[in-house]
Design a binder for this molecule. Structure first.
Ligand code: ATP
Ligand code: MG
Length: 358
């Protein structure tokens, strides 16, 4: 059963201030969204990062983020969920609270708050969350390519040592905006949420492609070989046929002959991450099986290590819990969708190579 977080009512109370001096030297070389060498063999250095995206709006990213996070806390982990749907934030509503006064905008834009001040207790034990902030504050932030999100990434990484955060869940915005793909490409597990309908599936494939493009760009910058990155993207875009059995994966094998060093490094980076697929609002077996087909295509065509994390059934309790202003898994713990969310959380842990603690 989900226990109510006793700290929940003290919204302004800071979480444990275990302010050990954190040395970010391992990460200082990382530029915006460029932690190329994520290494899960060093779990003490940073939290495991799960990013929840999906090419389309309204596919269930926030429901998955909030409730998957709550389930991971049930398994004994300290979880931080961050609303990165900048300018359209509503993660707080999934916890049944109004937009908090302190938000990411205070930390990142106006710089009037410390990161610990924007980590607010969620209504479930073991979960803290960061709200996005009101849309008018963000203004033209999203259009400004110079905006440096490195400071946020560093705070997320440091939360392992400073606040003992084990797992971070990033609730991304719809679409394939630059900062969305930056954070998706940073994650150990990037989950693409998809509805079993043509437009959503199409957008999910665009999302996979953009994720791959982002990794190639990042690699180009890391190696100081941005021209090679452009060549590789052009070759992939022009590849003949593009059948599902050949795809980018086989094109990479050919490109290896021309750019052996680059492709080798790129493959290492790609293999260090997992792309997860979640089908939401499944109504029948065909909808459920869609996840298996997408997993297969994503592996074969895009060459990305892909795992079907699970599906969520269409469930009236989603809307009811939102209207009740309560977190879905707390409000309807015995519903089918809560069971599916628990299974997806267990699967996510498995993918991350982590064990259940409780
Ligand atoms: N499994 C489900 N069963 C029934 N309704 C659902 C389900 N999943 C999502 N919904 C409906 O879809 C709406 C959108 O869900 P959610 O806010 O999680 O999507 P999102 O992808 O985060 O959207 P946005 O792109 O606006 O951030 C919910 O408010 C709910 O009404
Ligand atoms: Mg959302």
């Amino acid at each position: 059963m989900f226990e109510i977080n006793p700290r929940f009512k003290q919204q302004n109370a800071t979480l444990e201030a275990e302010l050990s001096t954190y040395v970010t030297q391992n990460f200082s070389a990382w530029k915006l969204g460029l932690p190329f060498d994520l290494n899960l063999s060093h779990p003490k250095q940073m939290p495991a990062v799960i990013a929840v995206g999906g090419g389309k709006g309204g596919v269930g990213k926030s429901i998955v983020s909030a409730n998957l996070g709550a389930n991971l806390a049930q398994f004994g982990y300290r979880v931080l969920i961050v609303d990165l749907d900048l300018g359209c934030s509503n993660l707080h509503s999934h916890f049944g609270v109004a937009m908090p006064k302190k938000s990411l905008a205070d930390f990142l834009l106006t710089k009037t708050a410390h990161f610990r001040d924007i980590m607010l207790p969620a209504p479930v034990q073991g979960v803290a969350f960061v709200a996005g902030g009101r849309e008018e504050i963000w203004g033209d932030f999203l259009e400004n390519p110079a905006t440096d999100l490195q400071v946020l990434w560093d705070a997320l990484v440091a939360s392992r040592q400073q606040y003992k955060v084990d797992i971070i869940v990033l609730d991304l915005g719809a679409g394939t905006h630059r900062y969305t793909m930056d954070f998706f490409s940073c994650a150990h597990l990037g989950i693409v949420t998809c509805l079993p309908e043509p437009t959503s599936i199409e957008n999910a494939y665009v999302f996979f492609k953009m994720a791959l493009w982002k990794l190639i760009d990042n690699m180009g910058r890391r190696l100081g070989q941005t021209e090679i990155a452009q060549d590789i993207k052009a070759a992939l875009a022009n590849m003949a046929g593009g059948s599902l059995t050949s795809g980018y994966a086989s094109c990479f094998r050919q490109l290896q002959l021309s750019y052996p060093g680059f492709i080798q490094e790129l493959q290492k980076t790609i293999q260090a991450r997992t792309v997860g697929i979640m089908i939401n609002q499944a109504r029948d077996q065909a909808d459920i099986d869609l996840g298996t087909s997408m997993e297969h295509i994503c592996q074969k065509y895009f060459g990305l290590p892909t795992r079907y994390v699970g599906y969520l059934n269409y469930d009236e309790s989603v809307l009811k819990s939102l209207k009740n202003r309560r977190l879905l898994v707390s409000d309807f713990p015995h519903s089918m969708i809560s069971k599916r969310l628990s299974i997806a959380a267990a699967q996510s842990l498995k993918i991350l190579g982590m064990q259940r603690r409780s």
